[in-house]
Design a protein around this ligand. Structure first.
Ligand code: HEC
Ligand code: HEC
Length: 207
């Protein structure tokens, strides 16, 4: 039957053969695109204000350094987050917001400003840098964690995380089902690589 097809409609077969890589590329693109909504949420100030690498939480939509010299390491010396942050938001802007378990994450969980989607994706898939979670546990964290949920109800004067919490969880589940693919390493890397080759050829050319 296949031979007959090839015999009778060679152009169709050629077309099909050509289409296969295109379809595969599209699927790969789609799978990679599934991480982007997660990246957009994680990099918004509601998440990054806590997920810092320098022990100093940030505040407000402008990500300014936390007032009153708050630092994670001072927790052990009595400066507890819970002295000011309760389990609920207070009603006025600029009062400490609150949610159950308010705390500073360890630095390896930081979402740094210079992280591209590839870097964040790799961080989340590595147990050393994702709080030692399996991927389903990570998605469960997104669904149930009080601090994650708080970012969509952050209290007066703070912009909520983009989209809705429901959409975020749905996006995380889609990503998980697709096999948790990571986007390609940023094009900057390729640019750097191209730059490197140019520099190299220039320097070789100069010999
Ligand atoms: C109030 C501070 C705070 C906010 C806001 C916050 N986190 Fe966290 N996050 C933490 C702390 C603390 C931990 C460590 C918890 C633990 O290990 O149990 C953590 C852990 C994590 C982890 C590691 C997985 C895990 O189960 O520990 C991920 C991923 C994460 N947060 C993502 C987010 C995202 C995405 C947002 C925004 C939607 C967010 N966090 C908002 C404090 C925060
Ligand atoms: C002395 C009181 C106090 C202590 C202690 C304190 N905070 Fe705060 N925090 C505040 C106040 C007040 C605000 C609100 C500032 C504003 O909105 O202008 C705030 C805001 C924040 C925000 C900003 C939320 C957002 O997205 O805008 C984060 C994150 C935060 N605190 C984390 C922490 C962490 C983590 C700790 C413990 C290591 C901590 N804070 C300890 C008083 C405190």
């Amino acid at each position: 039957m296949i031979m007959r097809l090839v015999w009778r409609h060679p152009h169709k077969v050629l077309w099909l053969l050509g289409a296969v890589p295109v379809v595969m590329l599209c699927l790969a693109d789609q799978a990679q695109a599934s991480f982007m909504p997660l990246y957009q949420v994680a990099m918004n100030p509601r998440c990054t204000n806590c997920h810092v690498s320098d022990d100093r939480p940030r505040q407000t939509d402008d990500r300014v350094i936390h007032i009153m010299n708050v630092q994670g390491r001072l927790r052990d010396l009595g400066q507890k987050c819970s002295s000011c942050h309760g389990e609920k938001n207070l009603k006025e802007p600029h009062l400490p917001p609150g949610a159950v378990g308010w705390d500073l994450p360890p630095p390896e969980l930081a979402f740094k400003a210079d992280m591209d989607p590839f870097a964040l994706c790799m961080q989340w898939k590595n147990r050393m840098t994702n709080g030692d979670r399996s991927l389903p546990e990570l998605v469960n964290h997104f669904e149930t964690d009080h601090l994650v949920r708080w970012t969509w109800l952050p209290g007066p004067g703070r912009t909520p995380s983009p989209g809705s919490h429901k959409e975020f969880v749905a996006a995380a589940q889609t990503w998980l089902k697709a096999g948790a693919p990571c986007p390609e390493e940023s094009k900057d890397w390729m640019k750097r690589d191209a730059q490197f080759s140019t520099n190299l050829s220039e320097s070789i050319g100069g010999w």
